[in-house]
Design a protein around this ligand. Structure first.
Ligand SMILES: Nc1ncnc2c1ncn2[C@@H]1O[C@H](COP(=O)(O)OP(=O)(O)OP(=O)(O)O)[C@@H](O)[C@H]1O
Ligand SMILES: [Mg+2]
Length: 292
């Protein structure tokens, strides 16, 4: 899987090198969590690398997004728009179902190239455009499928209701359809402070950190994440130990299985074993083949 740099300092480490090319990432967070900031950073990094950027806004108008980006310290956004390297699709006020089923596919069909970065900010109004769960799923699925044709997609999703409760319909459906889900959590402390935490909830076809990480929003830098305590260390102590135990028990495991396991171990690292006791695993492997 080809990885692309997210543009968010600290995040690539948590995604084993970056965002998977041609995937769809959904960033969930409450108001003020930094969703638009992250969506803008992602596009900005692509533009720096010579990729084109497409910003699909379903809520704020183009002028507002540009204004906020400039205030966050990205003045060059204006030049990229003038040079037509950054394209805005302002779908705010549109009938979303018609926009997704008609305007979007014709835009995609006219687009030359397949290496752009697309931000959709936010997906939430699409979910609200119909109460029918099946149609919601179809609309979001279709939108992600179409936009992935022109490149790598990052869509944001508003978190409503109880902080941290992502079980509602409007979050669950996009979470299922996305390849990668990032949760931006804001915790209000009893002392009146605000703690920001980022967690990768899933990432298809990639290793990823499974813990929460502190993040800040800094003018001129955007979102910055602290990758410390990430379980994604390159260390191979556990696979090495596993190999040793396997070798000791070699006689109890069919040789074809032994070969397959030792081959698989080549690619594994400590974080792959974070939830498993090695002795238990070997015992279960032996039990699996004991009657072969
Ligand atoms: N110029 C700035 N300098 C420093 N921090 C800023 C600046 N502008 C915004 N922020 C921080 O970023 C937060 C808003 O980020 P952003 O607009 O990306 O959030 P959002 O998740 O998109 O919110 P919403 O759901 O309301 O659209 C603010 O609450 C503030 O903490
Ligand atoms: Mg926003």
């Amino acid at each position: 899987m080809n990885k692309i740099k997210s543009g968010v300092y600290g995040l690539n480490t948590l995604l084993d090198g970056g965002i998977n090319e041609n995937s769809a990432t959904v960033v969930i967070g409450c108001s003020g969590a930094g969703k638009t900031t992250l969506a803008t950073q992602f596009i900005r990094r692509g533009l720096e690398l010579g990729q084109e950027g497409i910003f699909v806004s379903l809520d704020e108008n183009k002028e507002q997004i540009i204004k906020e980006a400039v205030q966050m310290g990205w003045k060059k956004i204006v030049d990229y728009i003038d040079e037509e390297k950054l394209v805005f699709i302002d779908a705010s006020g549109h009938e979303f179902s018609a926009f997704i089923r008609k305007e979007l596919p014709s835009f995609v069909a006219d687009w030359k190239g397949a290496n752009a970065r697309i931000s959709i900010d936010p997906l939430t109004p699409v979910m609200w455009s119909t109460a029918d769960r099946y149609e919601q799923r179809e609309l979001i699925g279709f939108m992600l499928k179409e936009t992935r044709k022109v490149g790598t997609v990052l869509a944001t999703l508003e978190e409503h209701g109880m902080a941290g409760d992502l079980s509602g319909n409007e979050t669950v459906i996009p979470m299922y359809l996305a390849d990668c889900v990032i949760h931006l959590k804001s915790i209000h402390t009893p002392e009146g402070g605000l703690q920001r935490r980022l967690k990768i909830l899933k990432c298809r076809s990639s290793r990823h950190s499974k813990t929460e990480h502190r993040y800040s929003i800094v003018k001129g830098l955007g979102i910055v994440v602290d990758p410390e305590r990430s379980s994604l260390l390159p260390s191979k102590k556990m696979p090495d130990q596993f190999r040793k135990i396997l070798e000791q028990k070699k006689d109890s495991i069919p040789s074809r299985v032994y070969t397959r396991l030792t081959e698989a171990l080549e690619e594994l690292r400590d974080d792959d074993f974070s939830e498993i006791e090695l002795d238990t695993l070997v015992r279960e492997i032996i039990a699996e083949y004991s009657s072969d």
